[in-house]
Ligand binder design. Structure first.
Ligand SMILES: [Fe+2]
Ligand SMILES: [Fe+2]
Length: 318
């Protein structure tokens, strides 16, 4: 049986204070708070679920409230940032203005080629990005052959060559009084982590999750190192909410550390409980240490750890 996940189900991060997190993600970024409840595994820990109104997989983010736990850090085996989608560059600039006017420091918009990106952090230091839908991964390769050759950024996209002053000055010309309809975030655009071996992970994501390499490039801030992308891709299209990207740090021992302001795990979709059983057996057959099928608040899931140390989950849509 060849299993391919449709894409992200949710991403779970760690926060130090649920109320602060609700203020930020619901009141300030416009997510719907879907549930506030005790964590299934650890009833002393509160968990928050945000997403679109319908709780659509791929729009979901959850937070574990870990009080009095030190800040985590990104590194190999961890996630560096999560990007939410926005439909247009104009709306992205409104976000920049909205965030800036509320004293949130924003960098960008940077031209990443396949999309434009602004960056900021949540109250715990979790790095967030808002990325445009356009122009997309077919900018530099035809849709049938994504990920086959290395795509180098233009020099003007690289750190040290960018016009940082012009980029910093670019914003929406007027104050933004509220989250306007065109600013609505469209869910998880991509999630970016760090790995010590992009080749090994290509094999793993393909075998374990059915994800395929869609882009081989370099880190624009550190062009000597790779930046690779994988997604639910069938040669005809890249599914929305499915792009996992990794900065490659070959042989690095700088490991991620769990804690506040960090991503705890990333969850991918299974159709239903029956298919989840197949996922369990499939992952077990790869000699991975997979949990039994567990019943969560909204879904059932299994957990396993990728070879680079990243905790992953497969969760059911239903
Ligand atoms: Fe990104
Ligand atoms: Fe989860």
């Amino acid at each position: 049986m060849n299993l391919r996940t449709r894409g992200f189900h949710h991403s779970t991060m760690v926060a130090r204070d649920s109320n602060l997190t609700i203020q930020f993600y619901r009141d300030f970024l416009g997510f719907t708070l879907l549930l506030r409840a005790a964590n299934t595994d650890d009833p002393d820990t509160e968990q928050l679920f945000f997403g679109d109104d319908a709780g659509t997989p791929g729009t979901l983010i959850t937070f574990l409230e870990w009080k009095n736990i030190p800040r985590g850090r990104w590194g190999v085996g961890g996630i560096h940032h999560i990007a939410f989608g926005v439909t247009s560059e104009a709306a992205q600039l409104k976000w920049k203005r909205w965030l800036n006017d509320h004293d949130v420091v924003v960098s960008g918009p940077y031209d990443r080629g396949w999309f434009k990106s602004i960056y900021f952090t949540d109250p715990d230091g979790q790095v967030l990005e808002i990325a445009t839908a356009e122009p997309g991964y077919t900018l530099d390769e035809p849709i049938e052959s994504l990920g086959t050759t290395v795509q180098m950024p233009r020099e003007s996209q690289l750190r040290g060559h960018r016009d940082e002053e012009a980029i910093a000055a670019l914003t929406h010309p007027l104050p933004v009084g509220s989250i306007e309809p065109d600013m609505r975030l469209t869910g998880i655009h991509h999630i970016t982590g760090m790995t010590n071996d992009v080749h090994m992970m290509t094999e793993f994501y393909e075998q374990a999750l059915g994800l395929r390499l869609i882009k081989k490039s370099v880190n624009q801030d550190d062009p000597a190192t790779p930046h690779w992308f994988w997604a639910n891709y069938d040669g005809k299209q890249v599914a929305p909410h499915s792009s996992l990207t990794m900065f490659g740090w070959p042989t690095s021992n700088y490991r991620a550390r769990a804690g506040v302001g960090q991503t705890h795990h990333v969850a991918f979709r299974a159709d239903d409980v029956e298919q989840l059983g197949a996922w369990h057996d499939h992952l077990s057959s790869m000699q991975l240490d997979v949990t039994p099928v567990l019943r969560r608040q909204y879904y059932s899931s299994v957990y396993f750890t990728a070879p680079d140390g990243l905790l992953m989950e497969i969760a059911t849509d239903s």
